[in-house]
Design a protein around this ligand. Structure first.
Ligand SMILES: C[S@@+](CC[C@H](N)C(=O)[O-])C[C@H]1O[C@@H](n2cnc3c(N)ncnc32)[C@H](O)[C@@H]1O
Length: 308
């Protein structure tokens, strides 16, 4: 797969290092979709794999497998809706907006940023729509195959936007120290958090790295309220999506996993409560439903003063 050969050349690691960011804090062996065959050894207690590690490995396998077909499949699976949701997500955050002159610099961390859809939109919004070139976006993802595709796509961006972009391989549940405490203005995660093996740990990390007053924003599949829409949506998810995965990407299992992970993700209210438990303050209901709840945006702010 082309993404794997990019991986060998390590453009992402060198970009990360160029931006003063450290190498990933996870074992490189989870980056292999098909681990090299080893002679079988009896499984000792120390070699038993925890459910969290298993989930991380499963997710790594899925996204290595789908990286090349990911963008095309997104359009097919959502009938293009993911573009509308992402546009709305980014414009609701309005990166680069500032009432001061010159506008304030902004540091954005796009977690589970994959092939760059959110980061590229944020750069466009900040640099072009808000004429604020002092906005830097780091695309972080645990999966170097996805980042490699994102890096290739970013080469089509204007040079000024490419210079304001960096790539960081990292696990969202244990971000590297290179992302200092209270250093980020805006933390985004789109269609990524349901794949994390430990969501509360990722929320704690988001809280740690955000500045007081900084914003956590998540776009994720959610629960559909209307029973008729829900029935149609479930039918499409569980039969249509794995079938398209098989026909277009030759990979039914990975797309079956993606559908099941949506099913297991908490409801809008339960996820909002997790965000509050992590220390964020939320406005109103704490979330906004998109297309009847097929997707939802959750936002929280790190309080200016820690609660006593
Ligand atoms: C469905 S893709 C979303 C990509 C992109 N945000 C988008 O909206 O198109 C999910 C991404 O989450 C990443 N991911 C899964 N577990 C992760 C973790 N623990 N830390 C960081 N990224 C993770 C995957 O590698 C994958 O790139």
């Amino acid at each position: 797969m082309a993404a794997r050969s990019c991986l060998r050349a390590s453009p992402i690691l060198s970009t990360a290092v160029a931006h003063g960011l450290s190498a990933p804090p996870f074992s490189p062996d989870i980056l292999h979709l098909h681990p090299p065959t080893e002679p079988r050894r009896p499984i000792s207690a120390s070699r038993m794999v925890s459910p969290r590690k298993k989930k991380t490995e499963r997710v790594a396998g899925v996204f290595h497998s789908v990286a090349e077909s990911y963008d095309r499949m997104n359009d097919l699976m959502s009938f293009g809706w993911h573009r509308i949701w992402k546009d709305h997500f980014v414009s609701s955050l309005n990166p680069g907006a500032s009432s001061s002159n010159p506008p304030k610099p902004q540091r954005i961390l796009d977690i589970a940023g994959g092939t760059g859809d959110i980061a590229f939109r944020m750069l466009h919004n900040a640099h072009v729509l808000n004429s604020n070139p002092d906005v830097h976006v780091t695309i972080s993802d645990i999966n170097t195959s996805m980042l490699s595709v994102g890096k290739s796509r970013s080469e089509a961006l204007p040079a000024s936007q490419q210079m304001a972009l960096s790539f960081l391989p990292a696990d969202a549940t244990a971000l590297p120290d290179a992302i200092a405490d209270s250093s980020i203005d805006l933390y985004t995660v789109a269609f990524g958090i349901r794949n994390f093996s430990n969501i509360p740990a990722a929320l704690r990390e988001a809280y740690r790295v955000l500045k007081p007053g900084g914003v956590f924003a998540c776009l994720e599949f959610s629960k559909v309220g209307n029973p008729l829409l829900n029935a149609a949506y479930k039918r499409w998810s569980f039969s249509g999506i794995p079938m398209i995965g098989q026909l277009v990407a030759g990979d039914r299992d990975s797309y079956q996993y993606l559908v099941e992970s949506i099913e297991r993700f908490p409801s809008q209210e339960a996820f909002r409560d997790m965000i509050v438990d992590a220390g964020f303050v939320v406005g109103g209901d704490g979330y906004e439903n998109l297309t009847g709840g097929i997707a939802a945006i959750h936002k929280g702010m790190k309080p200016l003063k820690p609660s006593s």
